[in-house]
Design a protein around this ligand. Sequence first.
Ligand code: ZN
Length: 345
Amino acid sequence: MKNMRRIYAALAIVLLLSKTVASGQTENEIQHNVSYKGPIIDVHLHAFHAEDNGPPPAAFCVPVSSMIQHYDPKDQWADVVVKKSKNPDCEDPLWSPETDEELIMQTVEQLERYNVVGVLSGEIDFLPQWLEAAPDRFIPSLKFSLPADEMHVDSLEALIKTFDIEVIGEIGNQYHGIAPNDPRMDKYWQLAVKLDIPVAIHLGSGPPGAPYLGFPKYRLKFSNPLQLEEVLNKFPSLRMSVMHYGEPFIDEMIAMMYTYPQLYIDLGGIMWTYPKAYFYEYHLKKLVAAGYGKRIMFGSDSMTWPGLIGRSIDIINEAYFLSLAQKADIFYNNAARFLRLTTKD
Ligand SMILES: [Zn+2]
């Protein structure tokens, strides 16, 4: 009997093991390797003109942090970047479309292929052309940066209502040397609260060498999310998303999400900015491990390279530590909740 029991016990272990060995994976691993195939919300799209990132066609290599690995300041950085974008080193460069029409068309193609609806940030005189191309694929968002967009608060309210704007963003003040807590923004934060409209602010890296690439006032120090504290205390009902999650200030961002539980973040193209292993290990995995998987939103920041939408989706789908449910949150549920498209969880 005793031996028999041992045999049964051994058999049970073998059966359990065989369940694992049959496919070479545990059930947990299988769930982690499943790609998310449902609808996606990309909260970080831009209605750019074809020439907005230099003369097209311009090549783009990912990860962009290693597209140009070293630089001698005897040269002009902008010249080096343009030269590299004409003769890229990488095996699979993305090439930007040459006309606005082609850029819009290729973007819409990507959105349809991956079943994406995108929050489209643009200027009021160009946004309608994009929206007309695929009204069901875009959520209109008003690009806003001081000092250029300084206006009477009533004028901004009129613009929002006339053009059915659903998000104020990307707020690009950092590119113009303006701090996240600059009091010149207070009247606009107040308006967002009054209209109950979400805001999305750029905090984080710009293009490599941003101050030498057309943004002389860009300052990295304004990436630090701690600088949003006064804003969130003055306007506690402001619905705010930090675009690019204030990278690489991950610890500060986690502390802000803990202290300000209304704060959301978007991934804003950082999945292709740095090598995938670094992005996974030191950014995304850390944010999820800290418990914030319900407030991270997918964003491709595709700009003038529509192919970045698909590549960004793949990088999130390949994140070995994310379960299918966590991918569904990042790709869809969190943005739907932030934008109040649904009332689900
Ligand atoms: Zn940005």
